[in-house]
Design a protein around this ligand. Structure first.
Ligand SMILES: Cc1ncc(COP(=O)(O)O)c(C=O)c1O
Length: 208
């Protein structure tokens, strides 16, 4: 959250956090602010609402335009919007990629339910999450936002050897999981060309 606030300050916005009780009146609150000429947007947990999911459908379209060739696409799974958007776009476009989500919290069942809910909301009735998303839940320990020494070692190695900075909550743990799968369970992948989505979060480094 602190990272979100810092980011919002950079773009000269304001963040208001609301508790569950107040959320009942939040739309009225947003409307009032709009009347004063301000724009406001309600962001749900992880940003995994319709806007967030369409963001990753758009991301998929951009990938196609870049004509990068790959067999598998791998992302981190924290609230499910990223993997939903990518897998749904892959399915609807009839593309052959295998979509993977590496969990940093919750369970495979929880995320399949999320993706199924998103498929339903988009009116896609002929497929289930279980058919289009491959989830990997072995890398979330010791818990959300918490790490083992091997994660930090991996994050540091990545920075030194490739210049790619990963964060400790999302991309670092997912890329760590990806490396382990590639080394120890390569059969989970469709092919050898694996695209890892770096989903950001660099602002979290301001908060350490
Ligand atoms: C940098 C970063 N990557 C990935 C995720 C997880 O993606 P999703 O919530 O769409 O599963 C988040 C937040 O939830 C995030 O901040």
């Amino acid at each position: 959250m602190s990272a979100d606030i810092i980011y919002t300050k950079f773009v000269k916005g304001n963040v208001f956090t609301i508790n569950e009780f107040f959320s009942l009146g939040v739309n009225v609150y947003c409307d009032c602010r709009r009347e004063t000429g301000e724009s406001s947007h309600l962001v749900c947990v992880g940003g995994s609402d319709n806007t967030g999911i369409w963001g990753y459908i758009q991301c998929f379209a951009e990938l196609r335009q870049q004509a990068v060739e790959f067999d598998d696409i791998v992302c981190v799974c924290g609230s499910g919007g990223t993997v939903s958007g990518l897998a749904i776009a892959n399915y609807l476009c009839g593309m052959p990629y295998r979509c993977h989500g590496i969990l940093v919290c919750d369970s495979n069942q929880y995320f399949h339910e999320e993706v199924n809910g998103n498929l339903e909301a988009l009116g896609v009735k002929d497929v289930r999450s279980e058919d289009i998303v491959h989830l990997h839940d072995a890398y979330k320990e010791p818990g959300y936002g918490r790490n083992l020494p091997c994660h930090f070692e991996f994050i540091s190695q990545s920075a030194v050897q490739t210049g790619v900075i990963l964060d400790n909550t999302y991309t670092g743990k997912a890329a760590y999981g990806l490396r382990d799968l590639m080394q120890n369970k390569p059969g989970v992948f469709k092919g050898r060309r694996i695209l890892f989505i770096h989903s950001g979060w660099l602002f979290s480094f301001f908060c350490i």
